[in-house]
Ligand binder design. Structure first.
Ligand SMILES: O=C(O)CCC(=O)C(=O)O
Ligand SMILES: [Fe+2]
Length: 244
C-alpha cells in the first residue's frame, strides 16, 4: 500500500541500548543498521549467492498443504552455523550485546536458517508463536546482506501488536490498520518478537529475496513455542502439520 509509512532503521552507532530496549518493548520490533563491518556483509552475501544456485532443487519449506492453505511460499536453507562467514553475522560482540538486552543473558541460541522468497512468493500475515501465556516469546534476529526495493518484498508489521493478542481474521495479505513497512537493505538487522503481526509482501521481481535468521529462546521459554503459529485464515502446528 502506497500510504503505508516506511520504517527507517536506527543506526547502531548513534543509538543507545536503552532506546533499543524501549523501542522493542513498545513496538515488538527494532531495526538497526550498520551493526556489522562491510566486509563481513560482503562475505556473507557471497554465501547467499552460492545458496541461491541451489534454490530450484529445494523443496517448499513446510509442505504443500501449509503453503496452499496460507499462501506462504518460502524455501529454507538450514544449519548454516557451520559456515564461518554466516556464523559471524550472529556471533559478534555487537549482536551479542543487543541480544542480551532484548532476551536476557543466558538465552538459548537456535541454529541459523536462510529464508528465501522468489518471484510470486511471500509470507502472509502471521504470528510466529502462540501460547496461553501472552508474555512468552522467541526473538527472531534477521540479517540482510543485500539491498532490496519494495517490489522484492517488504516486511510489514503492526507496531505494538505483540501485546494485542490474536491476529485478526481476514484474507492472508489483507492490509492491517497501522501497518508499517520496512524495505530490507544490506547490513540491516531486524529483531522481531514472535507475537508481533508481520508479513512479507510477494516478490514481484526475478531476484530472490534472501535473509538469515537465528532465533533466541529466552530463559524459561519452551523451545517449541514457535510450533504453533497463527495466520489470518487459520492456525498451524508445525509439529503435527495440521491446524490446532
Ligand atoms: O524475512 C522477513 O522479513 C521476515 C520473515 C519472517 O516472517 C520471520 O523470520 O519470522
Ligand atoms: Fe515470521
Amino acid at each position: 500500500m502506497s500510504n503505508t509509512p516506511q520504517l527507517l532503521p536506527m543506526v547502531w552507532a548513534n543509538t543507545d541500548l536503552d532506546t533499543i530496549v524501549g523501542t522493542f518493548e513498545q513496538d515488538g520490533i527494532v531495526v538497526l543498521k550498520d551493526m556489522l563491518f562491510g566486509d563481513q556483509v560482503t562475505a556473507a552475501d557471497r554465501v547467499a549467492n552460492r545458496l541461491l544456485t541451489q534454490l530450484d532443487e529445494r523443496p517448499w519449506a513446510a509442505g504443500e498443504e501449509y503453503c496452499q492453505r496460507f499462501d506462504i511460499w518460502t524455501k529454507i536453507f538450514g544449519n548454516l552455523e557451520s559456515d564461518p562467514d554466516i556464523l559471524v553475522l550472529f556471533e559478534n560482540e555487537v549482536m551479542q550485546t543487543v541480544t542480551d538486552k532484548l532476551s536476557g543473558v543466558g538465552s538459548a541460541i537456535g541454529s541459523i536458517g536462510s529464508w528465501v522468497t522468489s518471484r510470486g512468493c511471500g509470507q502472509a500475515w502471521h504470528q510466529d508463536s502462540w501460547s496461553s501465556d501472552p508474555n512468552l516469546f522467541i526473538l527472531n534476529r534477521i540479517v540482510f546482506t543485500r539491498n532490496y526495493t519494495p517490489e522484492h518484498g517488504q516486511l510489514l508489521f503492526v507496531p505494538g501488536s505483540h501485546r494485542y493478542g490474536d491476529l485478526p481474521t481476514g484474507d492472508p495479505y489483507e492490509p492491517l490498520p497501522n501497518q508499517v513497512a520496512f524495505t530490507p537493505s544490506a547490513n540491516a538487522a531486524v529483531f522481531l518478537h514472535t507475537r508481533t503481526y508481520h508479513c512479507v509482501t510477494k516478490n514481484a521481481t526475478d531476484e530472490p529475496r534472501i535473509q538469515f535468521n537465528r532465533r533466541v529462546v529466552p530463559n524459561g521459554v519452551p523451545g517449541n513455542l514457535t510450533s504453533r503459529a497463527r495466520f489470518r485464515n487459520g492456525t498451524w502446528d508445525f509439529s503435527t502439520q495440521s491446524t490446532w
